[in-house]
Design a protein around this ligand. Structure first.
Ligand code: G
Ligand code: G
Ligand code: MN
Ligand code: NA
Length: 254
């Protein structure tokens, strides 16, 4: 209850923040983008994890407002990065099942792209396979509209849900993110290594960019490079950091 009341006020009080986790191309080492991850520091409750407050926001009907805030905040950061001379960096956001049931996401995204004078290619929307289960047709038409707008789409946490393969066929994804549970032990576990190699091949055969999540060490990066995986994300590069720190990292490399 405390949590619910707190979350209702969090948006107005400015207690939400986005952190950004860098993503790197393996071929040339370039940082090409970042995934925005929502953070809530509550004055009363301290840090609350998104795995707690995102489901709560869905439950109490706040997810559209929260999601709209995420879109605008992520694109505002992206505009700042571009203003600082970083031209082609892509920001990814996560969306929740409920957000694919109304047109508010599409309206907010197209409005915010105009407001912040960004091309649609500056944004990637990540959806998890499990969340596509309900309201299938609506999700499909919304994702098609985003794609037509020029926003890119990623299938998140790939490999841990059901029906992944039929989703790849039905939805217009540009990239596939391999769930970190496959990556965590890939340097020791032959089966995980084989699964990742096979997922990378599958992704490439379907014309998708493949990103490995949860990369935590050099050995994993080397194996993924050898396999031909396109890009990585994970603590090995950086944990999620604030927008200014992300900009510093990108500027540093150039
Ligand atoms: O950053 P962390 O590992 O604590 O995130 C936990 C979960 O919360 C992840 O599955 C992530 O996708 C989800 N999450 C983080 N930020 C957002 C957000 O802005 N919107 C949605 N829908 N999910 C988010
Ligand atoms: O479900 P999604 O992929 O959106 O979740 C991203 C979550 O994974 C974030 O909460 C982030 O903090 C976490 N994460 C990011 N990199 C790593 C990593 O290298 N190892 C682990 N264990 N978690 C990570
Ligand atoms: Mn994600
Ligand atoms: Na994931």
């Amino acid at each position: 209850m405390q949590l619910e009341i707190g979350l209702r006020h969090a948006l107005q009080r400015g207690e939400l923040r986005l952190h950004y986790q860098p993503q790197k191309f393996l071929a040339d080492g370039r940082l090409f983008g970042a995934e925005a991850l929502c953070r809530w520091y509550s004055h009363e409750l301290g840090d609350v994890s998104p795995s707690e407050f995102i489901p709560l926001a869905e439950e109490i009907g706040l997810i559209d407002d929260l999601g709209d805030w995420v879109v605008r905040e992520a694109l505002r950061s992206c505009r700042q990065w571009r203003e600082a001379g970083v031209e082609d960096v892509v920001v990814s956001i996560n969306v929740s099942p409920r957000q694919l049931r109304s047109d508010s996401l599409l309206t907010t995204i197209s409005g915010a792209l105009k407001e912040f004078r960004l091309p649609a290619s500056a944004l990637c929307v990540e959806v998890t396979e499990t969340l596509l289960m309900d309201s299938y047709d609506k999700a499909q038409s919304l994702l098609n509209s985003l794609r037509e707008l020029g926003v890119s789409l990623a299938i998140d946490d790939f490999g841990v849900g059901y029906s992944s393969l039929s989703y790849l066929k039905r939805f217009p994804f540009d990239s596939l993110k391999i769930d970190r549970s496959f990556v965590g032990d890939m340097e020791n576990n032959e089966d995980d290594h084989t699964l990742i190699r096979t997922i990378v091949q599958l992704g490439h055969n379907l014309g998708l960019k493949v990103v490995a999540e949860g990369v935590e060490n050099q050995a994993q990066q080397d194996l993924l490079t050898a396999i031909g995986c396109d890009a990585i994300q994970g603590y090995w590069l950086s944990k999620p950091i604030d927008g200014d720190s992300f900009l510093d990292l990108v500027v540093e490399q150039t």
